[in-house]
Each structure stands twice: as structure tokens, then as C-alpha cells.
Ligand binder design. Sequence first.
Ligand code: FA5
Length: 345
Amino acid sequence: MKDFKDRINHIKTEFDASLEQVKNKEALQDIRNLYLSRKKGKITLLFNDLAGLEGKQKPEAGKLINALKTHVLKSLDEKSTEAGTKREKPAPVDLTLPGHKTWWGAPHPVLIFKQEIENIFTSMGFSIADGPEIETDYYNFEALNFPPHHPARDDWDTLYLDKGDLLLRTHTSPVQIRVMEKQKPPIRIVIPGRVYRKETSDPTHLPMFYQIEGLVVDKDITFSHLKGTLEVFLRRLFNENLEIRFRPSFFPFTEPSAEVDMNCTVCKRQDPDCRVCGGSGWIEILGAGMVDPQVLKNVSINPEEYSGFAFGMGIDRTAMFAYRIPDMRLFYENDLRFIRQFSKK
Ligand code: FA5
């Protein structure tokens, strides 16, 4: 038994001495393994050797080993806190270093452009109105003077929903009707929004795109108001020297009607093979005209008393010209390398 006690004392002295030398967590772990590891730890071996002692000696020896184990565990814990505190001293921080920049995302270029357009119109005294993207045949066609089976409907083919006569609106013009039903003249509004058509995509056509509609109804409104408004707007949007031309056209809901073209900003009228203007040097950006008297009657506004003008412009199409992008489909391919170029950050 004396030998056993000596062995325990020796292990304790040796343990205390080694612990003194410990400088880091790795060395501490080594000591922990040396004394406590499940198979070969010095204390574990002591417990194993208990079996070789005589029956009476076993409890006393057991107590001594337990006391040693408690001492070892407590000392290791204390040392570990000490070593931990030392190691966790914060590393010096250089507050002058630049921070990491995170990409937060940015508005889509078409929406940035839409906002620019809205700002110009609101500064000219227009308000902004809104309407549903799922429309009825009445608002999308009939109230706008497209009787059933009228051939003009072919130009605005769309997707029909199963239920009733619902369809995806082909233009923002139905909102003209919705606004005039609720509000009596004077009316001066723009209506931005998404529209849909059964179209095959190409550099200047998409099956889903944005339009902005304009509607002015008041006493004595003439075609010169329409021309003046569009000229001021387009020159503010592009530049003062922009050339614009009005071509006679047809829309069932305006009379007379016109299509408005401007110089091709992509080839600047220099490329006979330009994919955007087809070499003509002109690009069509909007349809317009004087509100047809029948449309005013449809919403119970007296055409003898009031007149108005309306226009509808493609936002994506015009953005393409403003940013000089040769293919409108790029806007919707979700390629961040393309989209990020429009971010102001
Ligand atoms: C219309 O949609 C009429 N509602 C415009 C209008 C409003 C006329 C008020 C008179 C009074 P149009 O189909 O031409 O007209 O389209 C108007 C504009 O939308 C075009 O000039 C063009 O800029 C844009 N656009 C038309 N089709 C597409 C398409 N598939 N993809 C992208 N933009 C298009």
C-alpha cells in the first residue's frame, strides 16, 4: 500500500510541475490526455491497478486516487480559463481599413427609366393612374371602339384566361376608360404598366413589355397640344436636338391618329444595316391621336363640350434607344453583368 501511496504522490508532484510549464491550450490538452485519457491515462491506470490491491486497502486507495483526479481536473480547469483568457485577447483592429462592400441589388434599368418618364410628366402637371393587368374584353377592346370581329383586334392578339371574357391587357389604353368612368374633365394623367401580346421576341419586340399611356381631356384640346406635349417630353427625355416626326396611322380609339418616330439613337442614322431601325434612321416609339368622340360618349363625356388627346409609348423600347442597347431582350435575361451597369452605386 505504501508503494501505491508513493506512486500517487509522485504522479501528483509530476502533474503539478508539468502544469506549471503549460503556455498554451495545445500543451494543456497534451497533459489532459497524459493523465486522463480513457485507456492509457496515468490516473486511469491507477484505477486499473486498484484490482491488484488487497481487499481492505482498496477503499483507502480508491479515495486517494479520486482525490488526485479531482485535483487534476480542477487544476486543468483553472489553467484552461487562464490560457483561454490570454488567447482571447482581441487582435488589434485597424479602423482605417476600408470595409467590405456588399451588393445590395438595384432597381432594374427599365424601372429606372420608367421613373424618369414619370418625373417629367409629373413636373408637367400630370398625375399617375393605375389599372389591372387582367382585363375584360369590354375595357381592352369594346369601349375603345373595337367591335367584336373588328380586324384591328388582330394586331393586339393576346392570351385569354379560361374564365369568362378575361384576358391579359394588350395595352394600357383600357385604363383611359376606367379613369374617365370615375373622373370628369379636366383629366391629365399618365398610366405606366405591364402589357402582354402574343408576339415572338426579336430585338425590338417582347411578349411582355411596359407601356406608358397619356390622357388629357378638357375643353378646347387640339392636336397642337398633343404635338407640343410630346415634343417637350421627348426632348427632355433625350436631348433638345432630337428630331421627331408624326406619321398618319390608325387606332380605333383615336381620330386622327399618328405614330411618332424619332432619330435612331443606336446607329444615329449612319448604319444602313442597323438591326434596330433597319437602316431607315427612324424608330417608332409611340402611338397617339385625338380621343375618338365615340370613346368619350362610351364614358358619358359630351364630345361637343370636351375633347382630348391620348398617347401610348413602349417603355422598354424607348429605354433601349435611350441606353443605346441593340437588343431589348437583354433587359430580361437576368444577366447581372448587364444589369449592374445601370446601378448608380
Ligand atoms: C398601342 O398599344 C396603343 N394603345 C397606343 C395608343 C395609345 C394610341 C393612345 C393612341 C392613343 P401600339 O401597338 O403601336 O399602340 O404600341 C405602342 C408602343 O408600344 C409602340 O410604339 C412601341 O413603343 C411599344 N410596343 C408595341 N409592341 C411592342 C412589343 N411587342 N415589344 C415592345 N414594345 C412594343
